[in-house]
Design a protein around this ligand. Structure first.
Ligand code: SAH
Length: 459
């Protein structure tokens, strides 16, 4: 760190801004958020700054001197004139002030960070001047995590702190605050119900009810791989989770977005490693939630699509633990996006079939020929190994072998691979090219133009 972040006390202090134009006004707007007095050093002020002086919110000093900088908490110089900037900088330094000269990094003791303001919650981001665009990007990500009304809740917490300390034994205080910022009050706030949040907090404090945080389970869709295909809800839950149970297909980039101190438990099946049978997974997630922990069960794609959510939902419900599903972007959607088209096309493929080749042991093979009719896009999950037998079945049912097929592996990730071929060539293509898992097979049987209705063709 070449620079060190600190939050300066501003009440009862003053900030000097040299300059009377837009750049000076930008700094003035920032300082106006604080309680510092504002001193504007310029012979002339623009309308906005002039109004601040007229309202008594700032004081104008027309001429530069060393004295004007004495005792200032901070000095901003933004005259727009190189020579004048240097003079103001020299005077301010002589007065011992901390100076920021706009757009002249060599003359800056301090720089203004990218600020996310949820007063009294304030996040300041710096890249030490290396990448201001990155700082802004980080800020937009944080914007999503910190709902606009969060400051209200933090301010309320500040007002109630003394009472909480008086009423609750120390051991319970942490639970109480965790409940406030993680539990129903925060959720009410996220829905935009600020008053309800405040009422919940006050009621709980008044009744003195113990605040052990209730454990819960979220079955969260991690999407197909790319971390930025996560939903905002998934991201929030990852940041709130105490423990995350994740599958083999969950991309490491997604896990990186979790809270740093969250426990991560791999429950996937990997060749050579001890595998996790489903009932063991059910048992551990419920046990973790029973300890009052926030549990995220992270599954690739959409958890509700070939994700075996049923048993996990049932076990959680039977144990009386609140459980929810957070949908995600499924592999078929990501694969179509990589191909640069939709999964359906009006009038040509009006039906979308999602099917898996990996059924329960003992079950008969899927009835591929019934699924694949004119007007269908068929997305076959977990189909690579069974592709040859699937094609044999389709050939035997006289399905045209010239239909378009695509095999997409690792869709949405840097390892993505696409093979385009005909239906009949799928086994060959898979045998010839080393296809990495996970891969999905998309087969398209467009309706012949003649089969379209008159209005479809017109549209
Ligand atoms: N719930 C997941 C599917 C789980 S089954 C979802 O909604 O996507 C696992 C199968 O999904 C894999 O065998 C593969 O067929 C497919 N799959 C998952 N991620 C994929 C990806 N990034 N690219 C291609 N196929 C993928």
């Amino acid at each position: 760190m070449k620079t060190f972040p600190m939050f300066l006390q501003m009440a009862g202090r003053h900030v000097v801004i040299v300059g009377g134009g837009e750049q000076a006004a930008q700094k003035a707007r920032l300082i106006l958020k604080t309680e510092a007095r504002l001193v504007l050093v310029a012979p002339e002020l623009d309308a906005e700054l002039g109004a601040l002086v007229a309202m008594g919110r700032a004081e104008q000093v027309p001429t530069l001197s060393v004295g004007v900088f004495r005792g200032a908490a901070l000095v901003f110089v933004a005259t727009g004139c190189v020579a004048l900037d240097h003079v103001a900088h020299a005077f301010a330094k002589e007065a011992g002030a901390i100076v920021n000269v706009v757009d002249r990094p060599a003359l800056c003791d301090a720089t203004t960070p990218s600020i996310l303001d949820r007063d009294p919650v304030v996040v300041a981001i710096s890249t030490e001047g290396t990448a201001p665009v990155l700082a802004r990007q980080i800020r937009s990500r944080m914007e999503v995590l910190l709902e606009p009304a969060l400051g209200e809740l933090a301010a309320l917490a500040g007002r109630l702190r003394a009472e909480v300390n008086q009423r609750l034994p120390q051991r319970e205080r942490r639970f109480f605050w965790e409940w406030v910022f993680n539990g129903p009050p925060r959720q009410a706030l996220a829905r935009g119900a600020g008053r309800e949040a405040a009422r919940l907090v006050k009621d709980r404090l008044a009744t003195g009810e113990a605040c052990s945080v209730q454990g819960r389970i979220a079955l969260v869709g991690a999407g197909p791989g790319a971390a930025d295909l996560l939903t905002l809800r998934a991201l929030r839950l990852l940041q709130e989770a105490d423990v995350i149970f994740y599958d083999r297909l969950v991309d490491p980039g997604v896990l990186e977005l979790a809270r740093r101190d969250a426990e991560r438990v791999f429950v996937g099946k990997e060749i050579g490693a001890s595998s996790w049978p489903q009932d063991r997974i059910n048992a551990v997630i419920v046990a973790a939630a029973r300890q009052g922990r926030q549990v995220v069960r992270l599954k690739s794609g959409d958890p509700g699509i070939f994700g075996r959510v049923g048993e996990e939902l049932e076990t959680a419900r039977a144990a009386g633990i609140p459980v929810e599903i957070v949908p995600g972007v499924t592999a078929a959607s990501a694969a179509a996006a990589s191909l640069g088209r939709g999964l359906t096309e009006r009038g040509a493929t009006d039906r979308l079939m999602l099917a898996t080749a990996a059924c329960k042991p003992g079950d008969p093979d899927p009835d591929w020929a019934t699924m694949l009719q004119p007007g269908t896009t068929l997305a076959v999950y977990m189909g690579v190994r069974k592709a040859p037998s699937m094609i044999r079945t389709l050939r035997a049912a006289s399905i045209p072998m010239g239909l378009e097929a695509e095999i997409i592996s690792n869709a949405s990730t840097p390892r993505e691979q696409i093979i385009r071929c005909t239906l009949g060539q799928v086994p060959e293509a898979l045998a010839e090219q080393s296809i990495e898992n996970p891969a999905i097979i998309l087969i398209r049987w467009s309706k012949p133009a003649g089969a379209r209705t008159r209005s479809e063709i017109a549209a």
